[in-house]
Design a protein around this ligand. Structure first.
Ligand code: SAH
Length: 232
């Protein structure tokens, strides 16, 4: 079953234009044709069965037919992660989306090597992972910014579990209520960032066990724990 994310509103009989990329995917990659059925979601109106009513070079039109899954609330867990090398950043965005994170906040830390991220590329990865994992939403991707800025306008009612290696900290457990995980870069969280984190009451240091995990592993494991079924 092909599932595609669209921006447009979804309602019965609603015609929706595909992006050129979606048209290419449907016609050339997946060899679909007009008359075939796909599923569409937009993060607001649930998941719809839709028919391809026109398909040509770089152009396709869907017509929404039936609601197959009503919109449901997502778990409310964010991931704040130090930007990594390109491939590992891509991996973190993909896996975090599959695991059900509701927002992604890339940050530059004291020991971050990268100076920028390609937001468009990360957005495309998140959309594809949401399509593939049967989510009804795409996580909100925040613009990358320095850690101190992200902390300065943090919502005080959201706990930020800071994954801290080589320190005595309680183990991370499933969250109740709004929560977020913070994972540092390849080189770990530096002393200046540690001092900064200590200033905020919403920051809770947590351990992911006795071994030193790679940053991408820490994101995956931490989110799996925070989003454990029945608790999020
Ligand atoms: N190079 C560093 C390790 C960095 S690990 C060193 O040798 O000390 C990258 C990030 O993963 C860390 O900043 C932390 O957020 C997370 N992490 C890795 N292992 C962890 C663990 N056992 N507990 C909690 N966080 C961990």
């Amino acid at each position: 079953m092909i599932r595609l994310h669209v921006e447009a509103a979804l309602a019965a009989e609603q015609a929706i234009d595909a992006t050129p990329g979606q048209a290419h995917y449907l016609g050339t990659v997946m060899r679909r044709s007009a008359g075939d059925v796909v599923r569409l979601f937009n993060g607001r109106d649930g998941e719809w069965e839709a028919r391809i009513t026109a398909l040509g070079r770089g152009k396709a039109v869907f017509t929404a037919e039936n609601l197959v899954r009503p919109q449901a609330d997502d778990a409310d867990v964010w991931l704040m992660f130090a930007v990594l090398k390109r491939d590992t950043t891509d991996l973190v965005v993909q896996k975090a989306t599959e695991l059900g994170v509701s927002a992604l906040l890339p940050v530059f830390t004291e020991r971050t090597n990268a100076a920028r991220v390609n937001a468009q590329r990360l957005e495309a990865i998140a959309i594809e992972a949401a399509e593939q994992s049967e989510r009804l939403t795409v996580p909100l991707l925040h613009p990358a910014r320095p850690l101190h800025e992200a902390l300065a306008d943090w919502p005080a009612d959201r706990l930020l579990f800071a994954a801290t290696e080589r320190a005595v900290a309680p183990p991370l457990r499933a969250a109740r209520g709004p929560a977020a995980l913070l994972v540092g870069p390849e080189g770990g969280v530096g002393p200046r960032d540690c001092a900064l984190l200590e200033r905020y009451a919403f920051v809770r240091p947590v351990s992911l066990g006795p071994r030193i995990l790679r940053a991408e592993t820490a994101s995956i494991v931490g989110l799996a724990l925070l989003l454990a079924p029945g608790c999020g």
